[in-house]
Ligand binder design. Structure first.
Ligand code: UGA
Length: 446
């Protein structure tokens, strides 16, 4: 019989994983401690914007016409333990308040709540991003708490999904990494992932610490790539070079590659910034701080981008924000997401507002979250409304609809035709032809 699966924590990661597992043919029970989330998901609604996820959910959640009925939700750990053979831990590990280290309290509490109910063979599979060493600690805790004793085990199976591509990344991952301590655990996970593996996804088996490290190392590398190109953007600005051409040219070397070399206002979101900080904190605890001291530089290059964008904006409006009207296109940390966690766009909008600018923000999907985080900014219902009367327009999240704006039409409604492209994705020629002063990070002015 196919193993039954539970998914503990139904945020971005968990909701997607639960829906995908059901779509692959498993009976799935999703658990969250927040009743409203469970109510929404049970009604086939996704609590965040993630393209394609609602369709997969509705295809599987019980109660929908034509649905497989393989997916249900609960708030009860006892029910989850009773139901599942494999329990995926998908709770989040945010940055701890006032510290670099990550907050493990959700992971810890999930294990403390589940383990005492494990009375038969079960595999708890961690997916959350955690400091290396956590898995070994949690495995010991499960052994202590579970009535099933040795028959309740822990494995670590990091997740590499990107917001905006969560469904695709979960259904067709580019690799599956499993940290295990027994053949039984490995075989069980091979069974769970049989479909993607049959489609050719590499399946890598490691020990627990390596599996945990794969995830943090991957995010550290991606952050490094972005900060590298942003450092090059700083040099380009000083030397009158063009970082977009530079990135294209170095990217042709396939040892370097073209991806993740888009210079701009830098990386944000709920993962990369907090993950590199937690990685540094953990390395410090392990006596390996020096090995990751370069990540401090990666972090500061990244944070400098935001300040630089604020300064370019100040310059564009004549040296002072007082009385200046600034239109901000984009609030989310990247397009195709409604996530504004540590969003460079919203951070820049906030800094300008706090320094006296009159900021009006528009974002296709992130308005509600942005308003909740930054209620004192002004929000407009469309891009056209946001730019009306603006002294300068900032393009801070590269939503497709911003690339399709007509600069000639917008030119009629602004006070001054000035645009700063914080993402290097607009077409400079198009904007300049329509009479705009177009400026981008790391590119020549004309
Ligand atoms: C990131 C990783 O890409 C995923 O592999 C990982 O699973 C996930 O974190 C996680 O740890 O959960 P995500 O946060 O969804 O995924 O977003 P990314 O697509 O990585 O973008 C992160 C930030 O980097 C965004 O603010 C984006 O605008 C910025 N970025 C990205 C650049 O500034 N330049 C680039 O060339 C690429």
């Amino acid at each position: 019989m196919a193993p039954k699966v539970t998914v503990i924590g139904t945020g971005y990661l968990g909701a997607t994983h639960a829906a995908a597992m059901a779509d692959l043919g498993f009976e799935v029970l999703g658990l969250d401690v927040v009743q409203e989330k469970i109510d929404m998901l049970s009604q086939g609604r996704v609590p965040m914007f993630e393209p394609g996820l609602e369709e997969v959910l509705r295809r599987n959640v019980a109660g929908f016409e034509g649905s497989s009925g393989r997916l249900r939700f609960t708030t009860s750990y006892a029910e989850a333990a009773e139901f599942g053979d494999v329990h995926f831990l998908c709770v989040n590990t945010p940055q701890r308040h006032g510290e670099y280290a990550c907050d493990m309290s959700y992971v810890d509490s999930a294990v403390e709540s589940l383990a005492p109910h494990l009375t038969r063979p079960a595999l708890v599979v961690g997916k959350s991003t955690v400091p290396v060493g956590s898995a070994a600690r949690l495995a010991a805790r499960i052994a202590e708490l579970a009535p099933a004793g040795d028959e309740a085990q822990l494995a670590w199976n990091p997740e590499f999904l990107r917001e905006g591509f969560a469904v695709q990344d979960t259904m067709h991952p580019d690799r599956i990494v499993v940290g295990v301590t027994s053949e039984w655990a490995e075989e069980l996970l091979r069974e769970v992932y049989a479909t993607p593996v049959a489609e050719g996804t590499p399946f890598l088996v490691t020990d627990l610490p390596t599996a945990e490290l794969v995830k943090t190392a991957a995010n550290a590398f991606l952050s490094t790539k972005i900060s590298f190109i942003n450092a090059m953007a700083e040099v380009c600005e000083a030397a009158d070079g063009d970082v977009v051409k530079l990135a294209e040219a170095i990217g042709h070397d396939d040892r370097i590659g073209k991806k993740f070399l888009r210079a701009g206002i830098g990386f944000g979101g709920g993962c990369l910034p907090k993950d590199i900080r937690a990685f540094m904190a953990r390395a410090g605890e392990l006596g390996a701080a020096e090995a990751l001291s370069f990540l401090r530089e990666i972090d500061s290059i990244n944070m400098r981008r935001r300040v630089h964008m604020v300064e370019l904006t100040r310059e564009a409006v004549g040296g002072s924000f007082l009385g200046a009207r600034v239109a901000v296109l984009g609030a989310t940390f990247k397009p195709d997401s409604d996530d504004v966690r540590d969003s460079p766009a919203l951070n820049i909008a906030g800094q300008i507002h706090l320094q006296g600018g009159q900021v009006t923000v528009y974002d296709p999907k992130g308005m509600e979250n942005a308003r909740a985080l930054f209620p004192t900014l002004s929000y407009a219902p469309t891009a056209q409304e946001a730019v009306r009367g603006a002294d300068v327009v900032l393009h801070l999240t590269e939503w497709r609809e911003f690339g399709e704006l007509d600069p000639a039409q917008l030119a009629e409604t602004v006070t001054h035709r000035r645009i700063l492209d914080g993402r290097n994705t607009l077409d400079p020629q198009l904007w300049r032809k329509a009479g705009w002063t177009y400026r981008a990070l790391g590119r020549p002015n004309a």
